[in-house]
Write a protein that binds this ligand. Structure first.
Ligand SMILES: Nc1ncnc2c1ncn2[C@@H]1O[C@H](COP(=O)(O)OP(=O)(O)OP(=O)(O)O)[C@@H](O)[C@H]1O
Ligand SMILES: CC(C)(CO)[C@@H](O)C(=O)[O-]
Ligand code: BAL
Length: 286
């Protein structure tokens, strides 16, 4: 077995700047909120395969949490996270405090995600993507990567990061990584830790809805949405937020061809999201 190398852990800007100045290029960054799992590990592995230096960031960003959301309760498991980073051969972990990231309190200047940030997750979590893009831009400025990796589990987030990189002329490659799932289909997510055993079983309905949607796809976008909503609506313990078919770039769903089914639902008090590809067929009536 290869020796596990401990990453350099930095918590302040000056130490990060020193570690970054010493880094060999190209530099890859994986941003996380911690409570790391095999989904994060997949991002770290792709980063390792692409770059001489891998930087992971661990920061639970208050700016992207609504007043009634789970900021205080969000799992903080730094020791275990560092074990995963060591296993995945991460070079540098940046784990700042809120005060390090926001020394002047909540920033007045925020990245506006535009209309794409107001639909789906943005409609259910007002201000969410302003908070996400603001911290992503700050972390990009602090870590100065050549390439960044984001998970497709948070499909709209990757689309918005790509949009920001394009719109603001950031010279950074954005790589989307396919969703890592449990063998039974549940998408890995830090918030899965909130689920009781029965709730975890209930949560399998999201993956089942993606399968039902994909099977209904020859009938078109309406048929996909109906199949997913019927399945989720008839599952006890699921409170459906949305089941929506869009184009792969999150524009209006096409008549036929590749599209995306995006889901959000609450299982008990835990809000989960998932998405998957659907191939819309000729029987589309939309
Ligand atoms: N199952 C997964 N497969 C691939 N990437 C993932 C998966 N889960 C999370 N990621 C990615 O890891 C990065 C960090 O995400 P984050 O730390 O918020 O974890 P998370 O599991 O999505 O947490 P939460 O449950 O709070 O949404 C994001 O780019 C996210 O898309
Ligand atoms: C990109 C991110 C680290 C910004 O806080 C977060 O939204 C996440 O973990 O997906
Ligand atoms: N995984 C995206 C971050 C969030 O839900 O707050």
């Amino acid at each position: 077995m290869a020796a596990v190398r401990t990453p350099v852990v930095v918590t302040d800007r000056e130490s990060l700047a020193r570690a970054r100045d010493r880094a060999d290029g190209p530099v890859a960054v994986v941003m996380t909120m911690g409570a790391l799992h095999e989904g994060h590990a997949a991002l770290l592995r792709q980063a390792r395969a692409r770059a001489a230096t891998v930087i992971a960031t661990i920061f639970v960003n208050p700016l992207q949490f609504g007043p009634n959301e789970d900021f205080d309760r969000y799992p903080r498991t730094l020791e275990g996270d560092l074990g995963i980073c060591a296993r995945e051969d991460v070079d540098v972990v940046f784990a700042p405090t809120v005060n390090v990231m926001y020394p002047n309190g909540q920033p007045n200047t925020r990245v506006n995600p535009g209309p794409l940030g107001e639909i789906l997750e943005g409609a259910s979590r007002p201000g969410f993507f302003h908070g996400v893009l603001t911290v992503v831009l700050k972390l990009l400025n602090l870590t100065r990567p050549d390439v960044v990796f984001f998970g497709e589990k948070d499909y709209q987030q990757v689309a918005l990061v790509r949009q920001m990189v394009r719109d603001l002329d950031l010279d950074i490659e954005v790589v989307g990584v396919p969703t890592v799932r449990e063998p039974d289909g549940l998408a890995l997510s830090s918030r899965n830790r909130y689920l009781s055993e029965p709730e975890r079983t209930t949560a399998l309905a999201l993956a089942a809805a993606l399968r039902a949607g994909a099977e209904a796809a020859p009938g078109g976008a309406d048929a996909v949405e109906t199949a997913a909503r019927d399945l989720l609506g008839s599952t006890e313990g699921i409170d459906l937020d949305y089941a929506v078919v869009t184009a792969p770039d999150l524009g209006a769903a096409p008549e036929t061809g590749p599209a995306r089914l995006l889901l959000a639902a609450k299982v008990g008090t835990t809000r989960l999201i998932d998405n998957g590809p659907v191939l819309l067929g000729e029987r589309n009536t939309r």
